[in-house]
Design a protein around this ligand. Structure first.
Ligand SMILES: [Zn+2]
Ligand SMILES: [Zn+2]
Length: 223
């Protein structure tokens, strides 16, 4: 948690923003701040936060789909899917390489929209962490009709199912904070109302159980 969430996340963010800033400066002779597609500073504060939240959530949903679709990315994402029982700590269990995939994507979104302040980014970051913890909690709630907007513990439980239901070759319910994207792009499903489903992925019997081997697994792939 300490390394992935705080240290490495920040290192990747700073490193990537420096590289992008220098590249934009060298290639286009301008700063990234001048390349915003939208300027949200004219909007009220709550609307800015909402746009920031929705935009970064969509980018993360898309990145998550890619993690499932391409084997080279899925190998790293398997660490997160190796949880066999739900609990909020499952949210913190993921390979550090996921930061390398997610952070630049979020950074690009933030830079293209523009007009955000660092404290707004922190508010949205912590709201998303709270929702993420809740989605990994071992509780059986969907928020009723709000399930079409917000990701929830039941939908995310099915995201972790061992045997993927028919019609979902790569996965289902990719939502991070919002389930909206899964309903729009037809990747949402709650096959049955059952909290006792087997979690993991086929072949996880061979997946390493110790930290050092899990850390290098993604780089080596299947043997
Ligand atoms: Zn996943
Ligand atoms: Zn999860």
């Amino acid at each position: 948690m300490f390394f992935n969430f705080y240290i490495f996340n920040l290192v990747i963010f700073i490193a990537f923003s420096e590289v992008v800033n220098m590249a934009v400066n060298d290639l286009f002779g301008t700063s990234l701040e001048k390349m915003h597609l939208l300027d949200l500073s004219v909007m009220p504060e709550w609307a800015q936060l909402l746009v920031f939240f929705i935009a970064t959530d969509f980018i993360q949903w898309f990145t998550h789909v890619m993690l499932h679709r391409y084997d080279i990315l899925w190998r790293f994402h398997k660490v997160h899917h190796s949880v066999e029982q739900m609990g909020f700590a499952a949210h913190l269990r993921y390979h550090w390489m996921e930061n390398v995939f997610y952070t630049p994507m979020k950074y690009i979104a933030v830079m293209l929209i523009g007009g955000f302040t660092p404290d707004q980014a922190f508010i949205v970051f912590y709201v998303a962490i709270a929702i993420g913890h809740l989605n990994h909690a071992n509780i059986h709630i969907t928020y009723g009709p709000l399930k079409y907007i917000f990701n929830n513990p039941v939908m995310h439980l099915w995201h972790h199912v061992y045997n993927l239901p028919e019609g979902h070759r790569h996965g289902l319910n990719y939502g991070i904070s919002l389930s909206l994207w899964d309903y729009i792009f037809r990747t949402a499903s709650i096959p049955k109302d059952d909290a006792h489903i087997k979690l993991g992925f086929p072949g996880m019997e061979k997946f390493p159980h110790d930290l050092p081997h899990q850390l290098v697994y993604g780089f080596k792939g299947e043997k």
